[in-house]
Design a protein around this ligand. Structure first.
Ligand SMILES: [Zn+2]
Length: 259
């Protein structure tokens, strides 16, 4: 039997680019099929029923039609617009950082419902408190976990010895924590304080609401941010663009155009 020509799906829009005169090429992360690229026919025309519906960081219910090379979006209905998050430049930038990571880690035609849920709950947490960085740390840690790259936090990845309560080292590319005696040749080693290890273990055990209640001092927050974004960038194989923008946003006063 021929597969059905149309199907429905629920998806978060990650990004779009103009295509031809009036179309949009939309990248979305669906609950049931992972990453999908699809065409919004005529979506840039002011008369289109799709106009304004395909904004990044919007949770949609879609009707889709199988196309010859790419699927076509025939109908789109907003489920959750995250409008409060989009009113805030820091909130938008953090949201786009998530979208870039999901685009990088999500695979086409491969469902990852845990990653889908993780993105939605993190967007809601950013919307609740756009200034807090804990939703991003929670997301980065669990992104590694749901992508099968869960960092080891309890044993040395080399000799398997149980870690003593002490300072340790961490390596993104050999899979997590190392004792002070092991020096694998190809490991990108960095120091890991006992405090940071404890927070990582807490992120491992907590839900996002509990993680967002954590209050870290500046040096601990900086250590975790550096460790997790380095690990995520290592696996992604490139520097993450929106993360650099977020960095600049934190370090510079905003130009007037953004206010
Ligand atoms: Zn060891």
């Amino acid at each position: 039997m021929a597969p059905p020509r149309t199907y429905r799906c629920e998806a978060i829009i990650l990004s779009y680019t103009p295509l031809g005169e009036a179309d949009l090429l939309v990248t979305m992360f669906t609950r049931d099929q992972g990453k999908v690229r699809a065409v919004g026919k005529g979506a840039r025309r002011s008369t289109s029923k799709l106009v304004g519906h395909l904004e990044p960081l919007t949770l949609m219910r879609m009707s889709m039609a199988h196309g010859r090379s790419m699927d076509i979006i025939s109908q789109a209905e907003v489920v959750q617009s995250f409008s409060k998050l989009k009113e805030d430049l820091t909130g938008i930038t953090k949201g786009l950082y998530l979208a870039e990571l999901v685009d990088g880690f999500g695979a086409e035609d491969s469902a990852n419902p845990e990653l889908y849920r993780l993105m939605i709950e993190t967007l809601l947490a950013i919307e609740t408190d756009p200034e807090s960085d804990m939703p991003l740390r929670f997301f980065e840690f669990h992104l590694l976990q749901v992508s099968g790259l869960m960092p080891e936090l309890y044993h040395c990845v080399e000799c398997r010895a149980e870690l003593e309560p002490d300072a340790h080292r961490f390596s993104p590319n050999v899979g997590g924590t190392l004792c002070l005696d092991c020096n694998p040749e190809d490991a990108h080693l960095r120091l890991l304080s006992l405090r940071a290890l404890k927070v990582l273990r807490l992120l491992d055990r907590s839900d996002i609401a509990a993680a967002c209640k954590l209050s870290l001092d500046d040096s601990l927050a900086a250590e975790l941010k550096s460790l997790l974004s380095t690990t995520v960038s290592y696996w992604l194989g490139k520097e993450i663009r929106s993360n650099s923008f977020l960095e600049r946003l934190n370090n510079e006063s905003l130009p007037e155009v953004y206010i």
